[in-house]
Ligand binder design. Structure first.
Ligand SMILES: [Zn+2]
Length: 475
């Protein structure tokens, strides 16, 4: 990483040069107490801009497939171009361009990238209280598909950096890069995967922030904000049982392969592989004041504290199996000679097929006649936990939510950060969209679900974070 930023360069918010009144003083007053005049005015503008932008993005339906992100991408381009960014649209498919916007400093230095995607999963309007493409604001929330995943983060980032650039701010060294991609929800073939493979030099960065962390949770009476430092790998496989076909009217004539699946399902229902905590979950346990030397006891205590929260935290501690599809005979009157069970298997970052097979053996060991075949093999990757970027995140949270802390985490799922880490091994990539008001439990329940919505105060909170971080790291 060229000229990695150091902590000394992280300026306390409040001395942002000519725009000093941009700077919040932090602390509870910035959230709820009496605002001071100049600052609150600018804060209010940033909040209003982020909110308006999110409404606009939500109203542009970008359900993928087909995606159709062009209008949304173009509206971001015009905001950023006007603010002073150099913008470029790069498209694998003409109607689905990605946006790369940069703001260069006078001197060489690190590149800080804010990454986001504009496509969403589908929504069935009949299941929603407010139309999923309305962007309605009601009960303190902005409602709509993408309001959490992840047009909110994109809106907060764009409002933050456009405001900075419009006010005349430029990085003292290095550059600020904003990359908004298409096609994340179906794998990123036209988005981050294509960009990293085809235009690597244009999106190369030293520090990257993306989705995947930041909603607060409470444990042992303290508030924490998870920073996603790693993503698990995906090793999906098929379990096959075989038998002999026969007429279904005489069940004992053939050998029913589907019935042989019963003990397999039973094992998946009741058994699980041993914990395999990697560096992230161990750092998480340390971070929340638990005993990293006895992870199972620590997980039991977390379970007693909040079993719903444990459901979200536990997958980072090892290999997980979720059988999701089963198939056997195509005909109702034919005993199946073959049955197949598809299993979604996620492994800790860095783990490969041998570790996945070992975990399968722990759960299915002793059952005869099973064939196991892997259908997808993606090794998860990670960024270092200790970095100037992590320090900066921790300092900002400590300042803006006194008593709260950041903690490292590994994500059970998969995001575009994976592509950037793979393409640029020196890049430190984290998932972080700080949410002070809407908790991790509330947020996770609304992702990809009906009534997806964001507390509008969190939109402002995050926009201030992205603004302050850029100034803090790039000067
Ligand atoms: Zn997403």
């Amino acid at each position: 990483m060229p000229k990695a930023p150091t902590l000394a360069r992280w300026r306390t918010i409040g001395d942002v040069g000519p725009d000093a009144e941009l700077a919040p003083t932090g602390g509870p007053a910035a959230e709820g107490g009496p605002p001071t005049t100049g600052r609150s005015h600018v804060q209010g503008e940033l909040a209003a801009e982020a909110t308006e932008l999110l409404r606009r993005l939500v109203r542009l339906n970008t359900v993928n497939p087909p995606g159709a992100e062009r209008d949304a991408i173009e509206s971001l381009r015009s905001i950023l171009t006007e603010a002073g960014f150099q913008c470029e649209l790069l498209a694998a498919e003409p109607n689905r361009p990605n946006l790369v916007a940069r703001l260069r400093g006078e001197n060489d230095g690190p590149t800080l990238c804010y990454l986001g995607h504009l496509d969403t999963v589908l929504a069935d309007a009949g299941e929603w209280k407010h139309d999923p493409w309305s962007g309605d604001i009601a009960d303190g929330y902005l409602w709509g598909r993408g309001s959490l995943d992840m047009k909110s983060q994109v809106a907060a980032e764009v409002a933050a950096v456009a405001g900075l650039a419009r006010g005349g701010w430029r990085p003292a060294c290095g550059e600020l890069l904003l990359v908004t991609v298409v096609d994340e929800e179906t794998g990123g073939e036209l988005g981050s995967k294509w960009l990293c493979e085809t235009h690597a030099e244009k999106v190369r960065c030293d520090m990257l922030l993306n989705e995947g962390g930041g909603a607060h949770f409470e444990l042992h009476g303290r508030r924490y904000y998870g920073v996603c430092c790693a993503e698990k790998g995906v090793f999906r496989f098929t379990v096959t049982t075989t038998g002999a076909a026969g007429h279904a009217s005489m069940p004992r004539l053939g050998e029913n392969a589907l019935l042989k699946m019963a003990p397999v399902l039973e094992r998946f229902a009741n058994g699980r592989p041993s914990l395999e905590p990697t560096v992230e979950p161990l750092a998480f346990l340390r971070g929340v004041g638990e005993d990293e030397h006895d992870p199972s006891a620590a997980l039991e205590r977390l379970d007693e504290q909040d079993s719903r929260l444990l459901t979200m935290l536990e997958p980072m501690f090892g290999v997980t199996f979720a059988p999701t599809k089963i198939s056997a005979s195509e005909k109702i009157n034919v005993i199946p000679s073959k049955a197949q069970l598809r299993v979604d298997c996620r492994v800790p970052p860095g783990f490969g097929e041998p570790q996945a097979r070992h975990a399968i053996e722990q759960v299915l060991g002793g059952l005869d006649g099973l064939q196991i075949e892997f259908t997808e093999r993606v090794t998860g990757n990670r960024s270092p936990i200790d970095s100037p970027l992590m320090d900066a995140l921790g300092q900002w949270i400590a300042q803006r939510d006194p008593g709260a802390r950041t903690v490292p985490m590994a994500m059970p799922g998969f995001t575009d950060s994976h592509r950037f880490r793979a393409a640029f091994p020196e890049c430190v990539a984290y998932g972080f969209f700080p949410q002070r008001h809407q908790s991790l439990l509330q947020t996770q329940a609304l992702m990809h679900a009906p009534d997806e919505r964001i507390d509008v105060r969190d939109l402002a909170f995050a926009a201030e974070f992205y603004r302050d971080l850029a100034v803090g790291l790039l000067g």
